[in-house]
Design a protein around this ligand. Structure first.
Ligand code: NAD
Length: 488
């Protein structure tokens, strides 16, 4: 990889066996800052040899190192210490995450950092509560037995992370893995590796033994090497559906445990009786937060026909009023997309939708000259079969479509390959719960946008993946239950 040193650019290394290391091949790649297009950091371009070294370090700790015998309460104490260090360094992380993601500072400050701290503390509390069960049976061939179960960590976990909430999603995986007693190799996204790698550095300061938390930076090949590595027992992946499918194809025959959090095309349903003054702001947030680069982005706005024109124009007005620009400026409401390629892809999809006849009600306004900006865009009068209404865009683009009956709203909402989340806006409690029951998704938010919390399971079905991050369910995903029977 060609590489030219840029003054003041950060250097992001790999963390293997407690040591910061350059990539084994000595190669680097550049990470560009989304809001201005300039080189922000040089990132070590890890290799399969680095993955080998990281997995070996993780295996040593898991199979016989200090970590393998550490009491759960001590693991929990280290996790609390990491949470405390993140809290103490919150300001640095807010700026780092805003810069590397092109995200308005309010988002990491209000969401990513506090939720990462809370998630670490929530799972730290589980580390000394991995209790088994005593299970009575009729005995074995006439002999009574005494049976109990022990919950044991699965082993070495590969944590493969996307760029949209890179540090937070890393913590969603890291925290249950550590609480369970696994050791980990993290593969941050090549587009946003800086904050998550820095967090791993804080873990070293917190006192985690060398080799418990390893980080290998690099491109997709690093992820591929991890997924196929025989020393890895568990893979937790968040990213796109095609990559999730490729990972499942490799991991399946090796019987690796899998958690897959993939794409989405979430519906936001506005019923006839919704309080619009509240709904419009919430729908806009669900659509445009993080520039629409969230798996739960509510990109399909389904509106009862009696309120359709009103909602379409109000949402377009809200989109046009958003202040797009420098993420570090406190007045900015929307930042930049992650990289030039992705911004071009989103703009290409907007262009293609217009060519195909979709009417654009917001999105034509000017954007800053430098950086990877796309204006919040609203389409109306779009067929549910249109590409723009079906494919995940992962940008600030929504379609507004009408429905006439509740059945039609449910059918439209479920008519997608994805099944991650949905939002309902209604004043009727009965309608809210009956529709929630009929939606084929992993999470339904009523009169608000997907409240994420460490205690609530997060994930979906269909092409949105399998398994859950967060909550007790995520802890279980890093544990096996062993049965011990004493024949008496
Ligand atoms: P991506 O799939 O391109 O990459 C994700 C990670 O996988 C990166 O670290 C990448 O280097 C690595 N990777 C790429 N190819 C690989 C392979 N063959 N084997 C192993 N690893 C590989 O996704 P992205 O563009 O970084 O993130 C955007 C996607 O993530 C969107 O589709 C979004 O919906 C999804 N997402 C889902 C959730 C959720 O909770 N369901 C949350 C956030 C993002």
């Amino acid at each position: 990889m060609s590489h030219q040193e840029v003054p003041n650019a950060l250097r992001t290394l790999n963390l293997i066996d407690g040591q910061w290391r350059e990539a084994s091949g000595g190669a680097w790649f550049d990470k560009y800052e989304p809001a201005n297009g300039r080189v922000m950091a040089h990132i070590a371009a890890g290799t399969a040899a680095d993955v080998d070294a990281a997995v070996a370090a993780a295996r040593r700790q898991f199979d016989g190192g200090e970590w393998s015998t550490m009491p759960g309460a001590e693991r929990g104490r280290l996790m609390h210490r990491l949470a405390d260090l993140l809290e103490a360094n919150a300001d640095e992380f807010v700026t780092l995450l805003a810069r590397e993601g092109g995200r308005v500072v309010m988002e990491p400050r209000m969401m990513d950092i506090p939720m990462a701290i809370d998630t670490l503390r929530y799972f730290a509390g589980w580390a000394d509560k991995l209790e088994g069960r005593q299970i009575p049976t009729a005995g074995f061939m006439g002999q009574p037995t005494f049976n109990y179960t022990v919950r044991e960590a699965i082993g070495v976990a590969a944590l493969i992370v996307p760029w949209n909430n890179p540090m937070l999603i890393g913590v969603w995986k890291l925290a249950p893995a550590l609480a369970a007693g696994c050791t980990v190799v993290i593969k941050p996204s090549e587009d946003a590796p800086i904050g998550l790698t820095r967090l791993a550095g804080l873990a070293t300061e917190a006192g985690f033994p060398a080799g418990v938390i390893n980080v290998v930076n690099g491109q997709a090949e690093v992820g591929q090497a991890l997924v196929s590595h025989p020393g890895v027992n568990k893979i937790s992946f968040t990213g796109s559906t095609p990559v999730g499918r490729a990972i499942a194809a490799v991991a399946g025959p090796q019987f690796k445990h899998l958690t897959l959090e993939l794409g989405g095309k979430a519906p936001q349903i506005i019923f006839e009786d919704a309080l619009l003054e509240r709904a419009i702001g919430g729908v806009a947030m669900g659509l445009f937060a993080n520039q629409g680069q969230t798996c739960a982005a509510g990109t399909r706005v389904l509106v009862h026909r009696s309120r359709y024109e009103e909602v379409l124009h109000a949402l377009a007005g809200a989109a046009r009023s958003l202040n797009v620009g420098d993420p570090l400026d406190g007045h900015t409401q929307m930042g930049a997309l992650i990289n030039a390629r992705h911004a071009d892809r989103v703009k290409g999809m907007i262009h293609a939708a217009r060519e195909a006849g979709a009417r654009m009600f917001a999105g034509d306004e000017a954007v800053p000259a430098e950086g990877y900006f796309v204006r919040p865009t609203v389409f109306g009068h779009v067929s549910p079969d249109a590409v723009i209404a079906r494919e995940e865009i992962f940008g600030p683009v929504g379609v507004v479509m009408p429905f006439d009956t509740v059945d039609e709203a449910v059918a439209l909402a479920n008519d997608t390959q994805y099944g991650l989340s949905a939002t309902l806006w209604t004043n009727s409690v009965g309608q809210a719960h009956s529709v929630a029951a009929r939606l084929r998704v992993g999470a339904v938010a009523i009169n608000g946008w997907s409240p994420l919390d460490a205690r609530l399971p997060w994930g979906g079905g269909k092409d949105s993946g399998m398994g859950r991050d967060l909550s007790r369910v995520a802890l279980d995903a890093y544990l096996e239950e062993k049965v011990v029977s004493l024949v008496m």
